[in-house]
Write a protein that binds this ligand. Sequence first.
Ligand SMILES: NC(=O)c1ccc[n+]([C@@H]2O[C@H](COP(=O)([O-])OP(=O)(O)OC[C@H]3O[C@@H](n4cnc5c(N)ncnc54)[C@H](O)[C@@H]3O)[C@@H](O)[C@H]2O)c1
Length: 409
Amino acid sequence: MTEIADAAATPPVGLFLIGARGSVSTCVTLGVLALRSGRIDRTGLVTARAPFAALPLADPGAFHIGGLDVRTRPMRETALDLGRLGLFSTELVTAEAAALDAVDARVGAGHFDQPDVPSRADGFERESVSKAGMAPRERIAAVQAALAKFRKEVAGGRIVVVNLASTEVARPVPDEWKSLAAFERALDAGATIPASTLYAYAAIAAGIPYVNFTPSLGAKVGAIEELARARRVPHAGCDGKTGETLVKTVLGPMFRDRNLRVLAWEGFNMLGGGDGATLEDPAHKAGKVANKDEALRKLLGETQELHTHVGIEYVPSLGDWKTAMDFIQFRGFLGTRMTLQFTWSASDSALAAPLVIDLVRLVDFAHRRGEAGALGHLAAFFKSPLGSNETDFYRQNQLLEEYARAAAR
Ligand SMILES: NC(=O)c1ccc[n+]([C@@H]2O[C@H](COP(=O)([O-])OP(=O)(O)OC[C@H]3O[C@@H](n4cnc5c(N)ncnc54)[C@H](O)[C@@H]3O)[C@@H](O)[C@H]2O)c1
């Protein structure tokens, strides 16, 4: 791997995390701090390798971090829990404790709706829950005030918002939200709008790029795409592709390109942590299951024969670790039936954190270049990419590299 030095003149970037005290956010923050102090290297960062070398991307070690959450449990405690689970050493957390506390002090209270409170909502603060009484316009104004305050702390005012909050319940999206004018009328009328979408609207309307790393609705609404294009702001999403789905979108093309007919792809995921606890609730699980299944079905094409299953089970003792077991049955020449089985055991947060850092660098770069709307060239990072129909990981990666080479010219 070719590691690269950042261009000296790259402006600093502020990273505003929604769900700033969760597991992925804590790994992002610890990672940025440890890159800054030189305690870790850039393994896992896509943007640390060629062909991104020629791009003037922001230095991740210099990210200024803040954000919002609906819990007050300090990030340092979450980091220590993750260290005890074996993701990294607790000595690393101790060494960065003061810097973690300084980030924690910049985390304000978030907003969410009562239906989005997971049934195992340990620690969700009543103070934040009570914000359910606020009108959507008031919430947007409050988020924009927090963004404006944070922006002042970053020389040059360049910031990116990343949604890393708990997965919301999947809801039907009203057809009229395709149009910005109709969506804004719904805002004025006080309609119930998912917090992820209010955050996206607040950021983009203020000219700030937005990344949705979760399966929640966020900017996946026609009205927000229209707003992003009108304000010349880029956004990217949704649902980070870190583990089982990444493997699916690598293996799926192999079956497709060898003309082997997949008959069954049964995936069983077991995970603990806050994400596992949230996804135990069927209403929260629905969006995640749909994204995981959609990627595979798009790749293999719908056939009468194809049977797929995505199971997600909460196993508290796993903590932040996740095990996925996949069973694939396929038919070859002469009708011969064969199987492939794999087991993937990983820390989701450790896989997700460098991708979040990559996304901030690439989305900020796109913003500086004047790109607007959903960034389809970032499809490789997502289970359900916006702005692209490509689900094959290698083609997605090719798209990203072609973009980098063209942008470097
Ligand atoms: N871990 C991965 O590899 C991965 C991959 C893809 C997507 N994701 C998504 O990333 C998100 C975060 O995952 P995690 O493992 O860090 O979960 P987590 O439960 O540890 O953290 C979520 C955090 O969001 C906060 N939160 C909830 N609702 C909020 C709101 N409305 N506003 C502000 N903060 C809010 C919670 O208090 C919590 O601190 C989840 O939606 C997950 O599905 C994770």
